[in-house]
Design a protein around this ligand. Structure first.
Ligand code: NAD
Length: 522
């Protein structure tokens, strides 16, 4: 196990981060001072914090219930107009947004690092994901196709058309503070919907920057300002979107627990829900795998983003013939992962979002060891003297005798459980034997094994990969998962359909009135 260094790397201080956040915001057109609650402010305030130090950057006025109601009302009013704007013209708004995001890539990445703790290249990657989905949505704005269907009656034409749905309420999680917003917003806007966004209470500054850039894009292309509204606050703020019948679709990303609360409430008012919830992702490594490639894919998926992606690799299911050698190499690679300031170009693992996340990780490690697991590396908190309110934690690996309850639970931290198997059937049973169903992968050079993993009786996840890890999806595919992950699909492919309503149209251009199924009447 690597020893905790007595003195850690140089970590940034809260004052420096506050200044850097204010500069990034200013360049995005947002004056942080103007968004900071004055001392006499009477409503709730929302602290903006940084996991790099655990310090507070600002206190923002939280959205009041009256303001949330007004925001939803405005988005609803604007929808009546926006839905009639031709889709390619709606695309012009998203095109401009993509240009502004490109121009402010660095500043947005700064904010992602400051609020979510992502290392520089991952923060830039997240911003790139926003730019990519804007490109995708602009193309989509000319491709919202319906079908023409072969009807059974002569002189009739049967077809489908797709129409804007209404206000989309976007509730997002802390760990993808901007990408998830953009997947929803870019697509919803070209589909003719308006958006009300409730970002994570942990990342309000990043949200202010995105909202500001979209407002600027709207002003520049002559789109109504009410196409997008921002609600800043915690759970109660999200509940306003959940319960308001003017919100046609609630697209909610977060924990399974959140989805369990949100889904029945939206269903009770017959609203639509798109859920992107927790994952407990696994990779199967077979004896034929290219182990060099597997080690790299596994380490990135398991320890990257400090284990705080919904697609993070949490379970490694290795054939027993290659398990010892592979695990030894992964443990070795973990020992060389630089942990520290995410702004430092050499850092590969930044801080967890909070010290509470480290407590949850320690509890999981204790439960795993109590169930017979052997901790091979990691779990210790570093640099406590320098940053007592932050959680810089070494990613952990635990070898488990079996898939116990704790292995079946998503702990949102870098814990990789290792399990072994003898037959591929056994591996797939272990793989699918958890309540979540987001991402999965197999490392193999045997085509039979790869195809079996992708087949109907293989991986039961929404994402199934071969010879790459579980994380790092491209925007072109539909993103989402099955079972407790919630069943939603966002981003590419035909995920846009969730943001529109379908009408089936039958047009009779004949002088007769034949009835379907040969029914005679009059
Ligand atoms: P969280 O569930 O604590 O919060 C997510 C969002 O939901 C926040 O904006 C929060 O304020 C809001 N919220 C919570 N309870 C609510 C309620 N009852 N009604 C309305 N809104 C409510 O999640 P988190 O800690 O921010 O993020 C980590 C979790 O998100 C992990 O479980 C991770 O797997 C999941 N996640 C999933 C995906 C995906 O695409 N499947 C993507 C990112 C994160």
């Amino acid at each position: 196990m690597p020893a905790t260094p007595a003195a850690g790397p140089r970590l940034p201080d809260t004052a420096t981060l506050r200044a850097r956040a204010a500069t990034a915001l200013r360049r995005c057109g947002i004056d942080l001072e103007a968004h900071t609650a004055p001392p006499a402010h009477e409503g709730d305030t929302l602290p903006a914090r940084t996991p790099l130090t655990g310090g507070t950057l600002a206190h923002l006025p939280a959205t009041t219930p009256e303001q949330a109601d007004a925001a939803i009302a405005e988005a609803h009013r604007t929808f009546q107009e926006w839905r009639t704007v031709p889709a390619p013209r709606r695309g012009a708004l998203v095109k401009r947004l993509g240009e502004l995001l490109t121009a402010h890539r660095e500043e947005l990445a700064d904010l992602v690092t400051i609020e979510a703790g992502k290392i520089r290249s991952e923060a830039l990657g997240e911003v790139q994901e926003m730019i990519d989905i804007c490109d995708f949505a602009v193309g989509l704005s000319r491709q919202l196709y319906g079908r023409t269907i072969a009807g059974e009656r002569p002189g009739h034409r049967l077809s489908e058309s797709w129409h804007p749905l209404g206000v989309v309420g976007v509730i997002s999680a802390f760990n993808f503070p901007v990408a998830v917003w953009s997947w929803n917003t870019a697509v919803a806007l070209v589909c003719g919907d308006t958006v009300v966004w409730k970002p994570s209470e942990l990342t309000p500054l990043t949200a202010l920057a995105c909202d500001g850039l979209l407002a600027r894009a709207a002003a520049e292309v002559g789109a109504p300002a009410g196409v997008h509204r921002l609600l800043l606050g915690a759970r109660a703020c999200g509940e306003r979107l959940v319960d308001d019948p003017r919100v046609a679709l609630v697209s909610a990303t977060g924990s399974v627990r959140m989805g369990q609360l949100v889904a029945p409430r939206v269903a009770a008012r017959f609203g639509r829900c798109l859920l992107e919830l927790g994952g407990n992702n696994a990779a199967v490594v077979t004896p034929s795998a290219d182990l060099d490639l597997a080690v790299r894919g596994i380490v990135f998926s398991a320890a990257g983003t400090a284990g705080q992606r919904c697609t993070t690799l949490r379970r490694l299911i290795v054939h027993e013939d290659v398990a010892d050698g592979l695990v030894e190499r992964i443990v070795q690679a973990y020992g060389q992962l630089p942990l520290g300031d995410p702004f430092d170009a050499s850092t590969l693992v930044g801080p967890l979002i909070s010290t509470a996340a480290h407590t949850a990780m320690s509890d999981a490690l204790a439960a795993a060891q109590q169930a017979g697991g052997k901790l091979l590396t990691g779990g210790e908190r570093c640099y406590e003297a320098q940053a007592p309110d932050a959680a810089y934690v070494r990613p952990a690996i635990v070898r488990m005798p079996e898939q116990t309850e704790i292995v079946r639970t998503e702990t949102f931290a870098p814990v990789l459980y290792v399990l072994t198997y003898r037959t591929l059937d056994e591996a797939i049973a272990l793989h699918n034997g958890v309540p979540q169903g987001l991402s999965s992968s197999i490392f193999t050079r045997d085509q039979r094994e790869a195809e079996r993993f992708l087949a109907a009786d293989g991986s039961d996840c929404g994402i199934a990969n071969v010879n790459i890890g579980t994380s790092g999806a491209e925007i072109g595919g539909a993103f989402g998962g099955e079972k407790e992950t919630g069943g939603g699909r966002e981003s590419g492919s035909d995920a846009w359909r969730a943001y529109m309503r379908r009408a089936t149209n039958t047009v009779n251009y004949s002088a007769d009135l034949p009835l379907a199924q040969g029914v005679n009447f009059l």
